[in-house]
Design a protein around this ligand. Structure first.
Ligand code: ZN
Length: 452
């Protein structure tokens, strides 16, 4: 009998706990869907500021924009965290043409890869097609020297998770130019890292080793890449290109931070990145993550939530080309001896949220999977091991036991927009963005309640 009473007590208390949760989560969703401000905030970031690559005037205006918006919500603390960031500019000239033996000429849709040097005037070279970085590394200097290397690896369309295809192609963008420089190629052009066949080139970061022969690198649209491959099957193709992009000395910038104080000083951090590439409006990448993150804190405050821990929303600077925001944040807070127990990131676009990826132990994964029943009616059902995010990643080095979560978002259309001129506000759906904000607020709430 004693046992039964005890069991009943346990059941009752578990149920009432779950009911409080589900009622509060319902309120979070109601606020996001009926009185949400994420969409208007995203509109303002995209239209009033625009593309905001680190080191640009727009990036500095985005810092001001974020600080002003966060202050307008009267959170407990709003402040800037000073950091040093790289400064690369695309310049004003960016053009390329291909010509075949029949004398046909085609102007390419290209974008310099972020961090590339310029061409120093118009350069010309014979094109050599190489599938990927592995194949490039097999070639001798004789085969490559003086030529323009065309890395043509395409997205594997069979992958349901598009990030898998992106990861597989990443080396041609991140490392290809550096590898071709070692073989004294003249330049590198790559097939854009993109799902669809269209005319939009996709930029993105690339890396040079310190002592390598630096050569220019650019991405062309997938349509251009398919055509270039066809031309190369029929004979020689020459490519002419000119770009005047350049790297400048590092500059000062800021992470923008807002907090709600808790009953203790243990920190739950979440955010997205405020910088974007210098094309389009950085709407999905990562204006959406910024809108999600700010809205999550606004909703919790609006609903009168009293946090157990310090809730901290961070608008990280410089995720795209250096991650100095994330790296500096981790270093600064660890030096202050802050205790970080959880970090959450949204950097996969403003599409429909489906769950969260967990970077943590089996027990931490199980803890999150226990929410499944609770979150099912909000159509959040995917909770599995995975990547948290680039900005929050460096925290793991200082706080190996913390749990990190990446908001999982339907990824089918993400690589139609990623790092292109068509990543604009109009490409984001209001309701999907609002559901993302609610999902972020919900996970922050559950972590705050569950973690001791
Ligand atoms: Zn991003």
């Amino acid at each position: 009998m004693k046992k039964l009473i005890l069991l009943l007590l346990v059941i009752t208390s578990t149920t009432s706990f779950a009911q409080t949760d589900s009622t509060f989560i319902r309120e979070i969703y109601d606020e996001a869907l009926e009185k949400g401000e994420a969409y208007e905030n995203l509109r303002s970031l995209c239209k009033d500021i625009g593309a905001r690559i680190t080191g640009s005037a727009e990036a500095e205006m985005a810092v001001k924009w974020g600080e002003k918006l966060l202050k307008s919500y009267n959170f407990d603390n709003v402040y800037l965290q000073e950091i040093k960031v790289p400064h690369w500019e695309r310049g004003t000239t960016e053009a390329a043409w291909i010509e075949n033996e029949a004398g046909e000429i085609l102007k390419l849709d290209i974008l310099a890869l972020g961090g590339s040097i310029g061409t120093n005037g118009l350069i010309t070279g014979e094109v050599i097609e190489v599938l990927d970085v592995k194949a490039l590394q097999q070639l001798s200097e004789n085969e490559v020297k003086g030529k323009i290397v065309f890395l043509s690896q395409a997205f594997d369309k069979k992958n349901i998770q598009t990030f898998k295809s992106y990861g597989a192609c990443y080396p041609i963008r991140g490392l290809g130019t550096n590898e071709a420089g070692k073989l004294n190629a003249k330049a590198v052009v790559i097939r854009s890292l993109a799902t669809p066949e269209d005319d939009f080139p996709h930029t993105g970061t690339m890396h040079y080793d310190e002592d390598v022969n630096k050569i220019p690198g650019a991405a062309m649209s997938t349509n251009n890449a398919t055509l270039l491959s066809e031309w190369l099957k029929k004979g020689k193709v020459t490519l002419k290109m000119e770009m005047d992009c350049k790297t400048y000395p590092d500059v000062t910038s800021y992470n923008v931070i807002a907090e709600m104080n808790g009953k203790d000083d243990k920190v739950i951090t979440w955010g997205g990145h405020l910088d974007s590439w210098d094309v389009g409006e950085g709407a999905h990448d990562d204006g959406a993550g910024i809108a999600h993150s700010i809205e999550a804190l606004r909703i919790l405050k609006e609903l009168g939530y009293q946090p157990n821990h310090k809730l901290r929303c961070v608008l990280f600077m410089n995720e795209e080309n250096g991650n100095m925001g994330g790296k500096s944040y981790a270093k600064i807070v660890s030096e202050k001896k802050e205790e970080h127990i959880c970090a959450i990131e949204s950097d996969r676009g403003g599409f429909l949220p489906v769950g969260f990826d967990v970077n943590g132990t089996e027990d931490q994964l199980k803890m999150v999977q226990n929410y499944e029943t609770l979150l099912n009616s909000f159509e959040l059902y995917r909770f599995r091991k995975g990547f948290g995010g680039v900005d929050i990643g460096p925290l793991k080095e200082y706080y190996p036991n913390m749990i990190q979560l990446g908001m999982a978002i339907s990824s089918q259309r993400y690589f139609n927009y990623h790092h292109t001129n068509n990543d604009v506000f109009e490409a984001v759906n209001q309701r999907e963005l609002e559901l993302g904000s609610a999902a972020m607020a919900t996970m922050v709430y559950l972590m705050d309640k569950t973690l001791k």
